[in-house]
Design a protein around this ligand. Structure first.
Ligand code: GAL
Length: 841
């Protein structure tokens, strides 16, 4: 009998089928066992990367997530930033950069999973570790310990986030992307001083989290005493030696630090990709099945969100995606290859534990073998010596500090120290911002200004006896707190104004003039200054501007670390030798700046534009209009010429700027040796230079013309020197030897065909519409040096340049086999390589 259906019936049936299929293919069960996370009954080897949603813009998210997926990530990990979401108790913000649901959905749309680290303490170089300041003022509260008022708030916020996720069906158990959640953060590192209450707190936190019934597992990182209801995980530069506290939980690495954070006053950290790849491979070699890059994209600490003290505005982190969201090469590409290589071993890795054996001093083999599958990792953990080892009857070259991955226990698909990805040398193109400024009346500059008054100018100022701690006074409503007093002097005299502050920086004004400044640093926030001053007969005003540069985010009782001028404040007379202590006299206080109250950051109000623009004047607000630089490349502002302050573009804060805070002269090696254990100080660069000159202005904050830039300058600068810097790529470089493995992508076709492809050197211009425009260097034989300074060796093929030109010029990408087939043999019996540097236009 034929079934007769109307069009509407058909539609309904189709919808039903699609619906059921969607449910069936989406709702996932997530559990775990000793080996791995188990998703829908299958153990998985997963690669994850951290992207913190408020450190970029919603407009950037899809691209960052897609680049993460292209780089081989399965999971995006993010913290949840309590103080951004609940700046005032009970008043929530989930808009714009705080659109957590939007972010999680963007990850889902790309088909990736999410690890949601709720915390809600997060550390993260984020102001006050992510805690809202109002927590501190709840009567009887003690943070991060077994304390009822604290636990009530922590539970309320955690439950709120879980509820939000559930309402949007974002847990994997509901068909969403979230496969894992974290409660607390590295408490185990700092819990000793909290005494026995630490233990009860951690038990409570685990129970509380589990009771929220997300349907997916919870983790606690760096918590060896984590209860069995949660998975304890590892954070660090290496976690291969980590063992979970239970035999029934998998080995998970929640933070593999891909670089390190930058501080104002510090040099720029870098972690070589050879070492990062080594750490990753070592982890999977020794039984790990889930690792996360902290950070995969670090981004920017916009506004006053950075922690500290002294965390810089850039949170680039030397991550695989740079601050601007562009691929950092060869880091991104090499790690992508590492991920592919590891995934080729997944079947064997999930089937069994590795069998680990020594193949000699500092040489370790791990074999995953059951039934028909076998994968192996061979590691040389020696920091100096390369080695030749025999494994299963075959011989392998293992460079020092490297791991070779053998998906079939025989052929090497990748060695962590041999990079097939081309390096990109970034550069910034400077462009004046004043060129396209609309005339505002100020001669030649396009700038107007307003002076911020020295000392007390707001009606809500108040007077107290003695010196107040700053954070308890301002509740972090502003970076700034004025301490004002005056002294009566009978006869004029000279003295040293001695000021001691808990930090983080201060500017001292005497009789309205900047007399001196002092600043702490990331190692010691305290400030102590002795400023020579001359007092006139009569009344003399002393106005001290104390400021914070990001509140402490780490350590036991970090929330109680104070700031501000707690004294003593003294006048040490150089004329008469007496010391006058001003600490306990009457002081008048003003929280924040007048300009902040008047909303100058938005650009409104009456700005002064007269023929001469005040330059190098402290406490000055500046404003200008500008057109966005053409094109779509990321934009930064170069603050060279300015002192210290904060900047806003169209009312949005791009963060604190401080180009005059210079990194120490020494401590940056000429070349960075990736071999040997990495630490944050190992491979810094930019010694003796400003820690941060360039400040990211997200494209989506800009209109094509008529943008408003406002600066608040504390110490004095020349805003006409400001310029745009747009991110360019100067050149691409690659150096591939005959002993490099062939590209990872050849593995499957090679295995099927039973052949072994030769290594290839591949280049690809990063931006759309770009092609390789010139070959700056090409040499086949024994070239040496590094990108930008390659040189020919004694043995070289004379035709290398023309061969590379023919293969690459005019193309977006090219790929050349590195062998005598391509170049002939300039020196028989000698190991040869190909080095190339090209430009893209
Ligand atoms: C970890 C912490 C992270 C971050 C990191 C350093 O200890 O869990 O939140 O602060 O250090 O970047």
């Amino acid at each position: 009998m034929a079934l007769a259906m109307t069009g509407i019936d058909v539609k309904i049936v189709v919808l039903l089928v699609v619906g059921v299929l969607a449910m069936a293919s989406y709702c996932a069960t997530v559990s775990y066992d000793h080996r791995a996370l188990v998703i829908d009954g299958k153990r998985r080897v997963l690669v994850s990367g951290s992207i913190h949603y408020p450190r970029s813009t919603p407009e950037m998210w899809p691209d960052l997530i897609q680049k993460s997926k292209d780089g081989g990530l399965d999971v995006i990990e993010t913290y949840v930033f309590w103080n951004s979401h609940e700046p005032v108790r009970g008043k929530y913000n989930f808009e714009g950069r705080n659109d957590l649901v939007g972010f999680v959905k963007a990850v889902a749309a790309a088909g990736l999973y999410v690890h949601l680290r709720i915390g809600p303490y997060v550390c993260a170089e984020w102001n006050y570790g992510g805690f809202p300041l109002w927590l501190h003022f709840i009567p009887g509260i003690k943070l991060r310990t077994d304390n009822e008022p604290y636990k009530a708030e922590m539970q309320r916020f955690t439950a709120k986030i879980v509820e939000m996720m559930k309402n949007e069906k974002l847990y994997a158990s509901q068909g969403g992307p979230i496969i894992l959640s974290q409660i607390e953060n590295e408490y185990g590192n700092i819990d000793k001083p909290y005494g026995p209450a630490a233990k009860t707190y951690i038990k409570w936190a685990a129970n509380m989290a589990v009771s929220l019934d997300t349907g997916v597992p919870w983790v606690m990182c760096q918590q060896a005493d984590a209860p069995s209801s949660v998975i304890n995980t590892c954070n660090g530069f290496y976690c291969d030696q980590f063992t979970p506290n239970s035999n029934s939980t998998p080995k998970i690495w929640t933070e593999n630090w891909s670089g390190w954070f930058l501080s104002f006053g510090g040099a720029v950290p870098q972690r070589p990709v050879e070492d990062l790849a080594f750490a990753v491979a070592r982890f999977y070699q020794r039984g790990g099945t889930f690792q996360n890059y902290y950070m995969y994209h670090g981004g920017t600490n916009f506004g006053r969100s950075s922690g500290g003290p002294f965390i810089a505005t850039s949170y680039d982190y030397d991550a695989p995606l740079d601050e601007y969201g562009l691929l950092r090469q060869p880091k991104w590409g090499h790690l992508k290859d590492v991920h592919k290589a590891i995934k080729l071993c997944e079947a064997a890795m999930v089937a069994t534990d590795p069998t680990i054996s020594s193949l000699g001093q500092n040489i370790e083999a791990a074999v995953y073998k059951t039934g028909s599958v076998c994968s192996a990792f061979l590691a040389n953990v020696d920091t100096k010596s390369d080695a030749t080892v025999t494994f299963n009857g075959n011989s392998y070259q293992l460079p020092a500090w490297s791991v070779s991955i053998l998906p079939d226990c025989k052929n090497v698909v990748l060695n962590t120290a041999k990079i097939n990805t081309a390096a990109m040398i970034p550069s910034f193109m400077r462009q004046s911002i004043s060129a396209d400024v609309e005339p505002t009346g100020a001669v030649g500059s396009g700038w107007s200004w307003i002076n911020e008054p020295v000392g007390i100018s707001k009606a809500d100022a108040f007077t107290r006896k003695g010196l107040l701690e700053q954070i308890n006074t301002t509740a972090d409503k502003s970076d700034y707190l004025w301490y004002s007093t005056s002294i009566d002097v009978k006869d004029g005299y000279k003295a040293d104004l001695h000021v001691e502050s808990l930090g983080h920086a201060l500017h001292a004004f005497v009789n309205g003039k900047l007399a001196g400044s002092g600043t702490g640093n990331s190692g010691n926030a305290k400030v102590s200054v002795d400023i020579p001053v001359e007092f006139a007969s009569g009344k003399n005003k002393i106005d001290l501007l104390s400021l914070t540069v990001g509140l402490q985010n780490y350590g036991s009782f970090f929330d109680l670390v104070g700031a501000g001028i707690t004294g003593p404040v003294q006048l040490k007379g150089s004329t008469n030798g007496t010391t006058i202590d001003l600490s306990s006299q009457q002081w008048t206080y003003q929280i924040g700046l007048k300009g902040e109250d008047e909303d100058l950051p938005s650009g409104s109000s009456q700005w002064i534009s007269q023929p001469t623009l005040p330059k190098n004047q402290p406490l000055t607000w500046y404003k200008t209009q500008f057109d966005a630089p053409g094109g779509s490349n990321p934009v930064a502002l170069d603050f060279t010429g300015m002192g210290k302050g904060e900047a806003w573009v169209n009312g949005q804060s791009i963060g604190r700027y401080w180009p005059t805070n210079i990194a120490p002269k020494s401590g940056c090696p000429d070349t960075c040796n990736y071999r040997g254990a990495y630490s944050a100080d190992k491979c810094r660069k930019n010694c003796g230079k400003p820690s941060q000159e360039l400040y990211h202005v997200p494209r989506s904050w800009l209109k094509s013309s008529g943008n408003i830039l406002v600066l608040f300058e504390e110490v004095g600068g020349d805003p006409t020197q400001l310029s745009f810097a747009t991110r360019q790529v100067e050149s691409l470089c690659s150096h591939v030897s005959e002993s490099h493995p062939s590209p990872v992508d050849m593995w499957s076709s090679d295995s099927k065909a039973g052949r072994k492809s030769r290594p290839r050197l591949s280049l690809e211009c990063p931006f759309p519409n770009q092609v390789i425009s010139s070959i700056k260097f090409a040499s086949y034989g024994r070239p040496s040096g590094t990108c930008g300074s390659f040189s020919h060796g004694s043995c070289r093929s004379r035709s290398a340049l023309s061969i590379v030109q023919k293969a690459c010029i005019g193309s977006k990408s090219c790929s050349i086999e590195v062998s005598t087939n391509t170049f002939g043999d300039p020196c028989k019996g000698v190991a040869k390589s190909l080095a190339v540097e090209v430009s893209c236009k």
